[in-house]
Structure formats: C-alpha cells, structure tokens
Design a protein around this ligand. Structure first.
Ligand code: M6R
Length: 604
C-alpha cells in the first residue's frame, strides 16, 4: 500500500527519495510523487501516474535539494491521477504533505473549517494539508501549533510528513495506526514507512508511537507526546540486509521466494531448537497457550489460509480447540468467546489494518494476544503480549509464498512445544526437526522440476478464464491458498473447493475444458477425491492431479514426496505456487506487481 519517504539535510534529496520509493515499490501503488527544496527555496513538485520510472522520466537534472518528501499512492479516495497523487499542497501552496492511511472525518473537516477552499483532487489528504494551512494563514498559529492541532482533529489512520516551504530545514511528522519510522543518518535524517526504504542509508531507526508529533531536522529529532511533552527514545538497529531485498539473478522475487522455502524450513527448525536438540519456544508463550481453553487464529488472505492449514495438527498435539477467523469479519461481529481465549494473529507484514483492529479490540477486552509475523518491531508485534518470528527473510513479491509455509511451520513449532508441555503423546512422538527436514527435501524436489510444472501449466491453463482446485482436509485448505495464488497474479478466476462440496452446487460450472486441479495427499480420503475427479471428468473438465507418493496412481500429473500427514500443505502448496507463477508469465503479466494489490494492506 502507500509508501512514504522523507529526508532533511542531505546533499542529494532527490536520489535518496527515489531510491527509497523504489524499495517501497513492492508494496503496490498506482502513482507517485516527490517534493524537494533547499535553503535557497528552489522548489520542485513532481508527480506521475504509473511506475516510479514514469516519475523518474519527469525529473530533470535541476531537480535537487537538501530536503524532500516522496510518496507512492495506492488509490483509496479518488482515481489514480496526477492531481490525486501526493505530495499535496495547501490552498496557498506553502505547505506540502504526504500521507498514508485514511482520514475518516475528512468531509466533516472540509465542511466545518474549509469553506471557500479549492481542491485539486478528491483525496482525504488534501483536506489535511488545507486544514494546517488555514490554521497558520487564517488563524495565525505557528506551523507546529497548526500541525499538532490538525492531528488532534483528524480521526482515522495516518502517517504524515509535511514541509513548510518557509522552513526548508524541517520535516513535521506524525502518526496514528499507520507505520512510520525516523531513520538516523550522519548529518542528515530521514523518515520512512518501512525500514527497507532507507536501509541503504542507515541501520539505525527510531520508532514513532501513535499520537506522537516529531520535528525532524538534519541533526536533531524532537519527539513530543500528545500532551506536548518531550519524549526520549533510544534508536534500534534494523536487522535487514541489502542482499536480502535484492532479486539476485532471479527474474522475479516470487520465484526467488518459492526457491527459498526449503532453506526457510531448516532455518525455522534451527531458530526454535536449543543446544540439546529440543524444540523450544519462550516459556511465557507456552504457558499462555496452555492456560487457554480455546485458540482463535485471526488473519487475512494467505495468512488466514495458513491458519486453516495449522488447525488440525494444533488440535491434535495440544488438545485445545482452534477456531480460524477472517480479521475483517471477526472485529465487527465478535462471536461468543470461550472463558479463556488466546488470540493468535498470523501476519507476514505485521501491519495489516484488518488484523490490527481486532487485536486492539480483544486486547481491550483483556485477552492475551500472540502475533506470529515475519517483521520484528511491526505494529502487530509491538501491540501483542507475545511475538514469534517467522525467520523467512523479507518477502517482497505481493503473492505470499515463503511466509505461508513459514507460518505453518512456526505454528507446528508452537503446537509441538505446547503439546510436549501438556504431555500429549502425539506431540511427544512427533519429531518436528526430522519432519521439517523431510518437508524441505520434498520442496526441493518440487522446485527441481520446475520445467515439468511449467509444461503442465502451458498445456492446461494458457487460455482458460477460470479454474478450480479441489481437495479434502489439508488438501482443501491448500486448495484455498492455491486458488488465491492463481487469481491474484494470473487473473484466472479460480476457486478452491472442498472436493465433496462440488456436487452440492459448483459442479454446475464445469464445462468442456474447465481446468480442475485435484490435490490428493491424504490416504483416508484419496478414493473419495478420485471419485470427484471422475465426476468432473465425465462432465468435460480438464483434470490435473497432484498427489503425494503414498496416494499416487499411474497417470497423475505431478507427484510430491510423502511428508508427515500434519505437514502435507507445506509440500503440496509448492507446485500450486509454481503453477500460478507460470500461468502469469505465460500470459505476459508482471508476476511481482499484480494489478490493484498491495503487499502490506494498511487500510481496512
Ligand atoms: O501481511 P499479512 O500476512 O497480514 O497479509 C495478509 C494478506 O493481505 C496477504 O496474505 C495477501 O492475501 C497475500 N498477498 C496473498 O498472496
């Protein structure tokens, strides 16, 4: 979703802003813009619709300065046009602002404070910068007073960075709910919505908390709380490696991340193993899960699917019932909760607004919260009672792959440790280290046969408009994820179904040539799913069977190595990820940057 960068005191603000925005491209956006200025008031405001390269094309060599702000916009209020792109300016043009988030009361503000003002676009952001301009130019406030007052009035989620053209040595910064950090340079300072944007410049960052207002200059950072009192805060070191966020020799991040999965499985195993070879998790977390009478997994998209893939083994090893919920539904329709619930938020980014609103609500109700995320220090991690990390390394492609498998593996780590703590025999006998090793081998075997999957995809999905994945149990859960992968990047309309449900309605959609991909890795139900394959075949479907060794039959299209029944989703998902990847490439689409999508979904 939208990205923010800002810099003050640098010799070349334009370069730092553009490089920062490029690092945020992966989050998804449809327009971008920068504003740069210097002590001599050489000011440049440049915006473009489309990729950052469009913006770069418009930036002449004269566009330079020592202070600047930049933005990538993912349209919410108003179409992706230049007028709606950030930075936005106040009525007189003196104040320039970038914003992430959604201002819920922007219409009320417009009506109450801004009569007679002229707006260039439809965004909520423009209202915010006009409001600050009005407070200074019509009501006689200082810029700092006006900025703080506007933040008091604005309701919603926001991360703001503002420049007053009359003070080109200062960035005015504030946030509520949307992520924003100060990046500390030597002789210059920066602001960014994601540490990745500035990791080329520094590893030292300062957190900004909700409600704080921050004045950033080249050699100082002043943090004020809502009451206007000075806050002192130590910086933290972001453990990000530039090489982790590069593509290396890969054409797309998604393929790099698919290939990394075996290594991620081994890394998770080693990160959660002590020197005696025991699988370990922070004892407070184990205790909190043990004390609960029901686990509620709350998540969105792929992370939600990882929740489903974890439910069965979690219940078997811990004997604690597990419910899996969509965050966007749960928060506004909270079901009857058990007496001692424990909430687990699964989130790759740790920034998903839908999940966060639930976290805030259940925390207020006094329930314990564990966040399982890939991003240390992310909002969901900071606001939870406990955090477990995925150790998957940065995931850049919008289509989540290694985070999905890392979430399931991390849930298995938690289930195993809680189960052993509760002396559950199934947990005690489940050798997680060995099983994750076998999963890693099975994944490697799949990626070693990419060409086979590429050919299967070309043969069956090249021109289709729709497709179905079907399976039972774990294969149903992985079908949901497989279908999401397919539709989000290849735009093939694809649904994941419980194989047994087809005949209760959906089979009506099967026509001559409709691709139906069947996942068969569970012995007990394999014959039933094969029966469902026959049913669609006799109605003209073009069937593709992906099975595990122990369920395989002659003629199956792709067979994966057998892994422990708890962990079949980890191996079965890899061919599906590759099918989505190749279907997208074969359609000539950009695998890493699907239309309309954002990597980190920071609005509800
Ligand atoms: O960062 P999160 O795991 O909370 O994100 C949740 C979803 O937005 C995300 O999984 C999304 O569905 C993926 N892009 C799908 O590949």
């Amino acid at each position: 979703m939208c990205g923010i960068v800002g810099v003050v005191g640098s010799r070349n603000a334009t370069d730092i802003l553009i490089q920062g925005l490029q690092k945020l491209e992966y989050r998804g956006y449809d327009s971008s813009g920068i504003f740069v200025t210097d002590e001599e008031h050489n000011e440049h405001l440049i915006k473009a619709v489309g990729r950052i390269s469009e913006l770069q094309r418009k930036i002449g060599i004269d566009v330079n300065g020592t202070t600047g702000i930049g933005h990538t916009r993912w349209a919410t209020h108003g179409k992706p046009t230049e007028n709606n792109a950030h930075p936005h300016v106040s009525e007189s043009g003196r104040f320039v602002l970038v914003h992430n988030g959604v201002i819920e009361n922007f219409l009320e503000i417009k009506n109450e404070y801004l009569e007679g003002h002229h707006f260039l676009g439809q965004t909520d952001t423009e209202v915010a910068v006009h409001l600050i301009g009005k407070f200074v130019e019509e009501d006689g406030m200082t810029t700092k007073e006006a900025f703080c007052k506007a933040l008091d009035i604005i309701v919603g989620s926001f991360a703001f960075v503002m420049i007053d053209k009359e003070e080109p040595d200062t960035l005015y910064v504030g946030k509520n709910k949307s992520p924003l950090l100060v990046a500390l340079g030597n002789g210059y300072n920066m602001v960014c919505s994601d540490a990745m944007a500035m990791i080329r410049e520094t590893h030292d960052f300062l957190e900004i908390h909700d409600g704080e207002r921050v004045i950033v200059k080249a050699d100082s950072v002043e943090i004020l709380n809502e009451a206007g009192e000075l806050v002192s805060r130590e910086p933290f070191v972001a453990e990000l490696d530039l090489s982790d966020i590069g593509k290396g020799t890969y054409p797309y991040y998604m393929m790099k991340e698919i290939d990394e999965q075996p290594a991620v499985m081994r890394r998770i195993s080693s990160k959660y193993t002590d020197e005696n070879g025991n699988v370990v998790v922070d004892s407070e977390i184990v205790q909190a899960v043990n004390d609960s009478d029901r686990v509620y997994i709350v998540a969105c998209g792929t992370s939600y699917h990882a929740g489903w893939a974890s439910k069965m083994f979690f219940e078997k090893m811990t004997e604690i019932p597990v419910e899996v919920h969509l965050a966007s539904e749960f928060g506004y329709n909270i079901p009857l909760l058990s007496k001692k619930p424990l909430f687990i938020f699964l989130s790759q980014s740790g920034e998903t607004a839908d999940s966060r609103q639930v976290l805030v609500k259940v925390s207020k109700l006094g329930h314990k919260v564990l966040t399982i995320t890939n991003v240390a220090g992310s909002t969901l991690s900071r606001e939870a009672d406990y955090t477990m990390l995925l150790h998957a390394g940065p995931e850049i492609a919008v289509a989540s792959t290694k985070a999905y498998t890392a979430q399931i593996a991390t849930m298995a780590v938690l289930a195993k440790t809680v189960g052993v703590f509760r002396k559950n025999t199934i947990a005690e006998e489940f050798d997680l280290t060995k099983e994750l090793g076998l999963v890693a081998n099975a994944m490697s075997a799949v990626v070693a046969e990419k060409e086979v999957i590429e050919a299967i995809t070309a043969e069956n999905l090249l021109t289709t408009r729709n497709a179905f994945y079907i399976g039972r149990g774990n294969d149903y859960y992985v079908s949901m994820e497989a279908a999401l992968k397919m539709k989000e990047i290849s735009y093939i309309q694809c649904e994941g179904f419980a194989a047994g449900e087809l005949k209760h309605g959906t089979i009506a959609l099967i026509e001559d040539g409709t691709p139906v991909l069947a996942m068969i890795s569970q012995k007990e139900v394999a014959a039933h799913t094969r029966g469902n394959v026959m049913e669609v075949l006799s109605r003209g479907a073009n069937t593709i069977v992906i099975s595990s060794e122990e369920c395989a039959e002659v003629g199956d299209d792709f067979v994966i190595n057998t892994v422990h029944p708890f962990l079949t989703t980890l191996a079965m998902v890899v061919p599906a990820q590759l099918i989505a990847y190749y279907a997208t490439l074969q359609r000539g689409l950009d695998v890493d940057k699907p239309r309309n999508l954002a990597k980190s979904v920071t609005v509800e």
